[in-house]
Design a protein around this ligand. Sequence first.
Ligand code: ADP
Ligand code: GLC
Length: 509
Amino acid sequence: MSSERRRGTGPLKLLVAVSEMVPYAKTGGLGDVAGALPDALLRRGCDVRVFLPCYRIVRERTREMEAVLDKVRAPLGGVSLEASILETRTEQGVPVYVVEREDLFDRPNLYGTSAGDYYDNLERFAFFCRAALLGCAAMGFAPDVVHCHDWQTGLIPPILGDLFPEAGSVFTIHNLGYQGLFPADRLPATGLSADRFFHPEGVEYWGRISLLKAGIVYADAVTTVSPTYAEEIQTPEFGMGMEGVLRSRRDVLSGILNGADYARWDPVIDPHLPARYGPGRMAGKARCKKALIREVDLDTHLEQRPVIGVVSRLDRQKGLDLLIGILDELFSLDVGLVVLGTGDAGIEEALRAAGERFDGRMALRLGFDEPLAHRITAGSDLFLVPSRYEPCGLTQMHAMKYGTVPVVRATGGLKDTVSAYDPGSSRGTGFKFFEPRPRALLEAVRLAVSLFERRDSWERLRKAVMEADFSWDESAARYMALFEDLRTRRQPFRSGSGRPPARRSSTEP
Ligand code: ADP
Ligand code: GLC
């Protein structure tokens, strides 16, 4: 058997390049996915290694990091800069390589401040992409496949062929709303030649550079995080201007549903809860509710009434303005509301005003607070996710594991993970509304509240909700099948009977 052949059948070598990862650095669901999927792939026999930028928080949080490469040089806009590569490992043993370069990554936040994105995000992430590939090469790790996530790693597919002509690339879209747009005159920072790449079939997007588009156009396979979102983004309503590009790649575009990370989100073992519980032993959930009501200062009579939880980025995507629009009617149902979130200043202000007006019935916590997110998820009866669009959404899956019934807008992954409660058959795992309008949301909440008042039906629903299983195994198997398929398809290039597609090299004339 040739050495190529043996390489093709051994453990699949996967490089993951990602801009956030639990437990090192997180701003949202991308961090959760990157924290769980590599471990699940390792369990399936994949030789997986992750590259992550060394933000200040990574340094602060990670005690055990060892320098593995002292001086990797990577180009940035015509100059060559040095970075160090430090190694740590996940609990399951996946190597995580952090790219350390203080002037680019040693900052208070990952992507920017409340005043806006960091002005040099193009340079920061272009450098990260190149340093990750060059770091791999320097350690002698030649990946079969590179898995890239969102615009921050969108530069990898067009440049991958320069260093690893045999490797395949998968680009996963977690959110089409973040397109990595930069002025055209900054193209030199990417190292891409204008002639070959800056045109409508390449990285140009209405006169600007889009690193999201770079990933979509040049990757061998494109995935997104739920089957429904994979369909939605090919339409003008959800495509955010990228629908044409996405349709042109529909033969390689698919949706693989995210899993939930039950090592971190399970009420049986959750260290953040005042009491633990699980199916068949639910007393702890009542204690969590009581403790939450006290913690956030809601009226104590709400112990007997439905408490609604929200944990969300405060962004237009998440549809919280729909909730703000129905607060009078909502509180006339005698419910409590606990909101944890941070983000858009206008949404924060509107929520703050509402919180003052409905003191005792509504509690607002502005900020990013992981332990509190767990306590709200456990201590609420209903969990609200009224998103305008939602590529997957993890909070509804977490809520379900905690026996907290989801009320969601039927879009993207919310549509795929929650099945609507049917009063006739008593089947379903939550409440859904379709139109992104306050009235539609209110009707769904009304239905949920009326069911809460029928104890037996409510208990049955809660049981069904807790039985829903979104563990990573099945989704990891789908990713593995995709990676294996790419490796097999690229096999001819290895044995010399074919050539990698010409579009893969960024340096050819
Ligand atoms: P998105 O990635 O669009 O923000 P997801 O539902 O996929 O939405 O993931 C959000 C993740 O971030 C969840 O783990 C959720 O618990 C967490 N999260 C969101 N906002 C906060 C917050 N203010 N404090 C703590 N955790 C939060
Ligand atoms: C994005 C999406 C969210 C998804 C997460 C992880 O942030 O907004 O729906 O769950 O990525 O894929």
